[in-house]
Design a protein around this ligand. Structure first.
Ligand code: CU
Length: 241
């Protein structure tokens, strides 16, 4: 019996320490003076993994017959689009914009954008621009999941997010339709463009941990030093998982 109590106490202590660790990173937004920036390019190092083209097997009159895959979009010099760059240990910096609404549209049976950033406390507007029904399904654990049919008669679904999470999203009707929702409690996050480029601005001087995530490639972390009113250039290389 004594053992059981000990185990329970230990579990409670672990739970409490987890809570305090999380609380200690609560982000505080405000004015940033003397901020610097981090900019760079994300590229693939080595051989590219094989990515299959989506199988468009229904509703072709709306969806079309072929689509390129969004799971690995490479530009010149193996630059990588749709990689997400985020500072993960920043406690204080510029204001997190929760009033602006992020949009995830379903257009011709394709999620646009493929990776959408939404702030914790902000709103994601999920739209359907197609004349057919989609079913939006978010596979979230930290946030309330969405799993909802969206016919033409329901052009807007609004979702709220309460915690940091990288959320796989799909349409259950058209299985090739995939997207990622990046919920963030700090504003230092960027999605790479078609040239693999990203930029984080108004970063208070300091040393930060930067995480780089891509759905198909390796996850990397880097320590980045930011100086007042200066840009820190970072070259990121991702590999096959
Ligand atoms: Cu669909």
């Amino acid at each position: 019996m004594k053992m059981t109590v000990c185990v329970k106490t230990a579990l409670i202590l672990v739970a409490l320490s987890g809570t305090s660790a999380r609380l200690s990173w609560a982000y505080e937004g405000g004015a940033v003076t003397d901020g610097g920036s981090i900019s760079g390019t994300v590229k693939l190092n080595g051989a590219a993994p094989e990515v299959k083209a989506p199988d468009i097997n229904k509703d072709q009159e709306v969806c079309g017959k072929t689509k390129p895959s969004d799971a690995l979009v490479m530009g010149a010099d193996k630059s990588i689009k749709f990689a997400v760059v985020r500072l993960t240990n920043i406690a204080k910096g510029k204001k997190l914009e929760t009033a602006a609404k992020s949009v995830l549209d379903q257009n011709k049976c394709h999620f646009d954008p493929h990776v959408v950033v939404v702030t914790v406390g902000g709103t994601l507007q999920i739209k359907n621009s197609d004349p057919i029904t989609h079913n939006v399904h978010t596979f979230s654990i930290e946030n309330d999941p969405v799993n909802k049919a969206q016919p033409k008669s329901l052009p807007l679904i609004e979702a709220k997010f309460t915690a940091n999470e990288t959320i796989k999203t799909q349409c259950d009707i058209h299985k090739w339709m995939g997207a990622w929702i990046m919920a963030t409690d700090n504003p230092y996050v960027a999605v790479t463009d078609e040239h693999g480029k990203f930029s984080l601005t108004d970063v208070p001087p300091g040393t930060y941990k930067m995480e780089i995530w891509h759905e198909t490639l390796s996850r990397e972390t880097k320590e980045v030093v930011v100086k007042a009113r200066a840009d820190t250039a970072v070259a990121v290389e991702l590999k096959k998982k």
